[in-house]
Design a protein around this ligand. Structure first.
Ligand SMILES: NC(=O)c1ccc[n+]([C@@H]2O[C@H](COP(=O)([O-])OP(=O)(O)OC[C@H]3O[C@@H](n4cnc5c(N)ncnc54)[C@H](O)[C@@H]3O)[C@@H](O)[C@H]2O)c1
Length: 361
């Protein structure tokens, strides 16, 4: 008999691909989200807001899943612009789902889709991270992901967490939320980044749901070719879609190499063990860029007369140039607090406080 997989965040970037990947593994997918756009009509959809504890309990009791795949989240930089929502979904929603699973599907295997944000800031001087490395996130998103992993580990459920790198989707290069436009410029161009095609990330998730590596923390990034700097990755993406890279001065200047402060959480993960276990890497960076170039061909020709205008309009979103430019702060979180206008108490409380204690011990 096929297994039932309850997939949260099913309408999102990763979740929408995970539906197909889980189905191809022979699982019966029950998709849940607060919205249903893009979810195939032949997939059972259950609308549920994860911040509503009793709705989550009813959902899990109804579905009685064999596997829970928890993809829903408020991701960075939306988590920076909307810190209360991020806390409600990333902590509250995760807690409700773990509680409901313990109560109504205690034998289910729980896959938590986490992020390399959990590691905390990473300078290019020491860019490689392993799953056993210590973590010290300095932003709300990383802290919430690390907390979710830890709650799950102590929940008594059979479980694993997958820390995903920068997920690249040909269909969706920059999501609509307004927080993304300034953020493009807030990551220094020397930042190490580890990309992964969304189809490979979905394959890793489905493989974990099928193989159920209990107790594991797995690092999910693309093959060696995906370990690059932000300069290289952004430069190639801009080039492939026919746009000029904005000028260097529009980006946050690179901080001192010898400090973690001021760097973003992106790093190069040692993903060899995860690849051996889950066998998910199929798409190299060159193959991704080729596909992006060929998909963008028509648009590129149509755009070419407007190239200078489009580049200028994009660069105008930089927080570091123009009339209201800010001076880069000592940490990236300083800049985040100013660009997204976080009240100081919210900013401090949401970032650097110790993780909330586990409600499951
Ligand atoms: N996109 C990346 O580059 C990236 C990198 C590392 C890790 N991840 C992780 O992968 C997972 C999926 O990310 P994504 O890029 O698909 O994000 P996304 O924003 O595209 O999708 C998240 C989904 O969660 C849903 N959601 C939000 N609030 C909800 C609520 N209260 N109740 C129910 N559903 C709710 C949204 O509607 C959305 O469909 C997340 O856990 C994220 O932390 C993503």
């Amino acid at each position: 008999m096929s297994k039932t997989a309850l997939l949260t965040g099913a309408a999102g970037k990763v979740g929408s691909y995970a539906i197909g990947a889980l189905s191809r593994r022979g699982m019966e997918v029950v998709a849940t989200d607060v919205r249903s756009d893009g979810i195939p009509t032949d997939i059972r959809f259950e609308e549920c807001d994860l911040t509503d504890a009793s709705a989550v309990t009813r959902l899990v009791a109804r579905v009685k899943p064999d596997v829970v795949v928890h993809c829903a989240a408020i991701v960075a930089p939306v988590s920076y612009a909307e810190p209360e929502l991020a806390e409600a979904v990333n902590l509250g929603g995760t807690e409700h789902l773990i509680f409901a699973t313990k109560r109504h599907a205690p034998d289910a295997f729980f896959v938590f889709v986490s992020s390399y944000a959990a590691f905390g800031p990473c300078s290019p001087e020491n860019p490689v991270r392993r799953s056993t490395d210590p973590c010290s996130p300095d932003d709300n998103y990383g802290l919430q992901k690390l907390t979710g992993e830890s709650w799950l580990r102590h929940s008594g459920l059979r479980q694993c967490s997958l820390r995903l790198g920068a997920v690249m989707d040909l269909r969706n290069l920059m999501p609509d939320h307004p927080s993304y436009r300034p953020f493009v410029f807030m990551v220094s161009l020397d930042q190490p980044e580890h990309g992964v095609d969304v189809r490979d990330a979905a394959r890793a998730i489905a493989s974990a749901a099928a193989q159920q590596p209990d107790g594991h923390l797995l690092l999910i990034g693309g093959d060696q070719s995906w370990k690059v700097t932000a300069r290289q990755l952004r430069g190639e993406v801009f080039g492939a879609i026919g746009m000029a890279m904005p000028p260097e001065k529009a980006f946050r200047p690179s901080p001192e190499l010898s400090t973690r402060d001021g760097w973003f959480y992106e790093c190069w993960m040692d993903e060899k063990y995860s690849e051996q276990m889950l066998g998910f890497q199929r798409i190299s960076r060159a193959a991704y860029m080729d596909e992006l170039r060929s998909r963008s061909r028509v648009r590129k020709v149509a755009l070419s007369p407007f190239r200078p205008f489009v580049s200028r309009a994009l660069a105008a979103a930089s927080p570091y140039t123009g009339k209201n430019a800010i001076e880069p702060g000592a940490t990236l979180w300083d800049d985040i607090s100013r660009v997204y206008e976080l009240p100081p108490d919210v900013a401090r409380h949401r970032s650097s406080s110790p993780p909330p204690p586990s409600p499951f011990v």
